[in-house]
Design a protein. Structure first.
Lengths: 237, 294
């Protein structure tokens, strides 16, 4: 579904992503972990059209998408839950939910919104209030719902548990688990490496803008450098 | 009492005009982060359009002028601002200065630097007697137009899909695009709405002054920027409120200052603006950021 081949992304002279190749198959949940500054968020920005790749190619459903605008990529089926949630604080929860449906033709927006309200019932409580009034965890539910209302084939999440209380982190991962049941393809960037690797079908470890390791939880657990540096796990035999 | 009422009407009338101008500037700033100095020249273009359409019935003259301003605004966006879209604020600011000076210079070359008289219907100069109070038709029309326009804008921004997209884009343009909001559509819509306001302002300003000149928009755009800043950068309601407040303050100072200090009215006015910004640095209606409660 998504394939990156030798992708590099720059901020001026700084190369935030040096050389990343990865692939995501339909229905997979892929984790992307690594230390601060490894280039994880930059990579999502490149895939979602917010930044252009300086080198390499990004292919989505067999089609090169380098240089396409974020709004066009949304229409192609790529949605991003951005870091820090970025909900529209001065819009009501309903307006936040309705916004992505304007870009979709031939859909019953009310029915889709109702489905999201059933997924996250807490949103119904705040439906006609400014979204900025909600707690961080509730805002994260809204951010995920809003991205799902884009009708994504690939859902990318950037640090969805950042700044949340443990109970809320559990709720976010429970929501991601329900998406897995619905066969939604997910690319998950997280600081919480242990939980991400345990949750994902496969994971990539990004260090200094390059893929340092990749594999399933069991495969990564066998790599001593990865386990000691990022996962806090005992290396396998 | 009559005198006080007269001053209140003047204050509301001037405040209404400033609110319309400020809203036009705030619309573009909120979405593009662009302080559009060329906005004053849109008002100037509207003035000259009124001058050239002076032989038409007033309704056609007014609608024609608004249409010319909208067309000019869309062209300016396409030719001057779209190529630098996404550049830093300094580049956008210099570009808007360049467009402003280019249009002013063009007007001087084509129409000359001297002001030209524009005749509008005489009923705009009438005054109504309400008891012992005499109110100019134009003051009432200005207030009425401002109320209708601001209410219509509020409904449009609150209820229509494009309005919701514009409010989202004004809060975070990048995130709005991630929700499928088309950058070009929203920006063009903002330029069109902003031009509609500039066209209406042009008619009101020409009706008040009776003349058009290449520099007629310069002082107005400064007023709009100040109103936008005291209202709260990025807040549309704040800009309208800032405009009303600035107009009211202007009239209040004109009335209350001793005659010997009236030549320094603007110094007092902008001194008051500084005080407002010291007390509320984010403006009167600070754009609310997401509350970060865990």
């Amino acid at each position: 579904m998504l394939e990156l081949d030798g992708v590099a992304v720059r901020y001026g002279r700084t190369e935030a992503v040096a050389d990343v190749s990865l692939h995501v198959d339909a229905g997979e949940v892929i984790g992307l972990i690594g230390p601060n500054g490894a280039g994880k968020s930059t990579l999502l920005a490149a895939i979602s059209g917010q930044r252009r790749a300086a080198r390499g190619t990004i292919t989505f459903q067999g089609r090169a998408i380098d240089g396409e605008t974020p709004e066009r990529l949304v229409r192609r089926g790529i949605a991003l839950v951005p870091e820090g949630r970025q909900i529209f604080a001065t819009l009501t929860v309903e307006e936040n939910l309705r916004l992505p449906t304007f870009a979709r033709r031939d859909v019953d927006a009310d029915a889709l919104i109702e489905r999201e309200l059933e997924r996250f019932p807490i949103l119904r409580t705040y439906l006609h209030q400014h979204a900025g009034r909600m707690s961080g965890g509730e805002q994260q539910m809204l951010a995920i719902s809003r991205a799902l209302l884009c009708g994504p084939r690939l859902l990318m999440l950037d640090e969805p548990s950042l700044g949340l209380a443990p109970k809320m982190i559990d709720a976010v991962f429970a929501a991601l688990d329900s998406l897995r049941q619905e066969q939604v393809t997910v690319l998950l960037v997280e600081q919480n490496a242990t939980r991400t690797v345990a949750f994902a079908d496969r994971s990539y470890v990004l260090v200094h803008g390059r893929v340092a390791a990749q594999g399933t939880r069991e495969e990564l657990a066998g790599l001593e450098e990865v386990t000691s540096s990022y996962l806090g796990l005992e290396a396998g035999p | 009492m009559t005198q006080t009422l007269q001053h209140v009407i003047d204050a509301v009338s001037l405040g209404s005009l400033y609110a319309l101008i400020a809203l036009g500037v705030a619309l573009i700033f909120g979405i593009m982060n662009l302080l559009n100095f060329a906005y004053g020249e849109l008002i100037m273009i509207g003035g000259y359009a009124l001058y050239f359409l002076r032989d038409l019935p007033f309704a056609f003259q007014a609608l024609g002028a608004i249409a010319v301003v909208v067309l000019a605004s869309v062209l300016i966006e396409r030719i001057a601002f779209r190529p630098v879209r996404g550049a830093n604020a300094a580049v956008l600011l210099v570009t808007s200065f360049a467009v402003s000076f280019a249009l002013q210079s063009l007007a001087i070359v084509v129409f000359g630097a001297r002001a030209k008289g524009v005749s509008l219907p005489s009923w705009l100069d009438d005054s109504l007697a309400i008891g012992s109070l005499r109110v100019s038709s134009l003051s009432l029309i200005t207030v009425g137009v401002a109320v209708v326009v601001l209410v219509t804008f509020a409904i449009f921004l609150k209820r229509s899909p494009m309005g919701i997209q514009m409010r989202a884009a004004a809060e975070s343009f990048g995130t709005a695009r991630l929700m499928g909001v088309k950058a070009n559509s929203v920006i063009v819509a903002a330029f069109v709405l902003s031009a509609l306001l500039a066209g209406i302002v042009a008619i009101l300003v020409v009706a008040q002054g009776g003349t058009v000149s290449p520099t007629m928009g310069s002082s107005l755009v400064l007023v709009a920027f100040v109103a936008t800043i005291i209202g709260g950068m990025g807040s549309l309601s704040g800009a309208a409120l800032g405009g009303f407040l600035l107009g009211a303050l202007t009239v209040a100072l004109q009335v209350l200052l001793p005659e010997s200090l009236r030549p320094y009215r603007d110094a007092f006015l902008y001194g008051a603006v500084i005080v407002i910004l010291v007390v509320r640095p984010g403006g009167l209606v600070a754009v609310r950021s997401a509350l970060e409660r865990v």
